[in-house]
Design a protein around this ligand. Structure first.
Ligand SMILES: C[S@@+](CC[C@H](N)C(=O)[O-])C[C@H]1O[C@@H](n2cnc3c(N)ncnc32)[C@H](O)[C@@H]1O
Length: 366
């Protein structure tokens, strides 16, 4: 198969400037201005490469909408509030959130929606989806550009798309995993010749064995720190949902998806999705260090149950045809069952120091 346009460019880049870190490879594969995976396409759904929770069932976004409405109320129903979504995809989650949250008196009048999105193609989808939502809507490429004021931030499958650095342990210490070229000019994994300073390795990796791989993401930490500092300073809440682990541990979680199947990480760069599992322990530490209060993480299934999943489904099913009932039930199983998304996906919330613990975290254990 011939090289993708991005693959050609990466090979030239490596040939002239040397190997790329895994994080640089991931950032270009997703966000290269012309050839990045997200920049020119809608990758979701049965015909795309993967499906996310809001695309599985409207129930997901509606329950997040109830969470947002309750957070708004706990903030004292301010007259103006910024509702921010990071990585809004097709805009489905925000549309479902707004439909459910608008029953809260004063919410729609108070809210300015801010969508943080790097993809021009997906921005267009979001504009169409939210055209009739009845709210003021703004787009930004970076969270930092969202104006000040009390805020509620939501993000589903955003942090997994931010680049991770990988390091492998060997006789001479931790070496960064790189992407280079073999003799035939193919992309191949390799290790940086010099180890990184031991001080850069977190304490939890202290008992590593030869061959162990760890993943660190200063890129993720930077974004998380800015969000948490804003919530701590201005007051508000954040809700972050992603697949990942509760405890930091060695492991290579980088994964590439094409047409709903896992493929090699060098498979058709720019045409496949590349992500890694989120280390919620690391994320929580960054949030706390920035001054926010952390709640969870809890698995997605129990979170949705505690938000009233059964009740919501009962209502939806009432007026549904038999075929629709089957689709609703299949969607709910996918979102909440342990075998599918209910356990692997985690939900973490943050709040400002003066904001009460958000529902349903007071009653849920990690
Ligand atoms: C896996 S999709 C999730 C979409 C949506 N949240 C959902 O659940 O369907 C990742 C989203 O994050 C956006 N994204 C990825 N990296 C980004 C970055 N560095 N800055 C802004 N948006 C980014 C993508 O364009 C896409 O909208």
């Amino acid at each position: 198969m011939s090289d993708t346009p991005l693959e050609k460019e990466l090979k030239q880049m490596i040939a002239s400037e040397g190997p790329l870190s895994t994080a640089q490879y991931m950032a270009l594969a997703l966000g290269h201005p012309q050839h990045g995976y997200y920049m020119g396409r809608d990758p979701f759904g049965a015909r795309g490469d993967f499906i996310t929770a809001p695309e599985v069932s409207q129930v997901f976004g509606e329950l997040i909408g109830i969470w947002v409405a309750s957070a708004f109320q706990m903030m004292g129903a301010p007259g103006q509030i910024n509702l921010v979504e990071l990585g809004p995809g097709r805009g489905t989650l925000m549309a479902d959130v707004l439909r459910a949250a608008k029953v809260m008196p004063g919410f729609l009048e108070a809210v300015d929606v801010h969508l943080v999105e790097m993809s021009p193609a997906l921005k267009q989808n979001q504009k169409v989806k939210l055209a009739n939502a009845g709210v003021r809507t703004h787009w930004h490429e970076r969270f930092e550009d969202v104006p000040g004021g009390p805020l509620i931030v939501i993000a589903n499958e955003f942090f997994d798309a931010l680049p991770v650095h990988q390091y492998q342990f060997g006789k001479s210490g931790w070496h960064e995993r790189m992407v280079g070229l073999d003799g035939a000019g193919n992309l191949v994994p390799g290790l940086a010749p010099d180890p990184i300073p031991p001080a850069a390795i977190p304490a939890w990796a202290g008992d590593a064995k030869a061959g162990d791989i760890i993943e660190l993401s200063p890129e993720r930490d930077d974004v998380a720190g800015v969000i948490a500092a804003r919530i701590a300073g201005e007051g508000g809440y954040g809700l972050f949902i992603d697949y990942g682990h509760v405890t930091s541990a060695p492991g290579d979680t980088l994964q590439v998806l094409s047409k709903h199947s896992y493929v090699d990480i060098f498979n058709r760069p720019g045409l496949c999705d590349i992500t890694s599992h989120v280390d919620f322990a690391a994320l929580g530490t960054v949030f706390e260090n920035a001054g926010a209060v952390v709640h969870g993480p809890v698995p997605q299934g129990p979170f949705l149950d505690a938000m009233g999943l059964d009740l919501r489904v009962e209502r939806l099913i009432k007026n549904a045809t038999r075929r629709q009932v089957r689709a609703i039930e299949a969607g709910v199983k996918r979102l909440a069952s342990r075998e599918e998304m209910g356990e692997l996906f985690k939900v973490m919330a943050v709040s400002g120091r003066n904001n009460p613990t958000p529902a349903p975290f007071e009653g849920l254990s990690k």
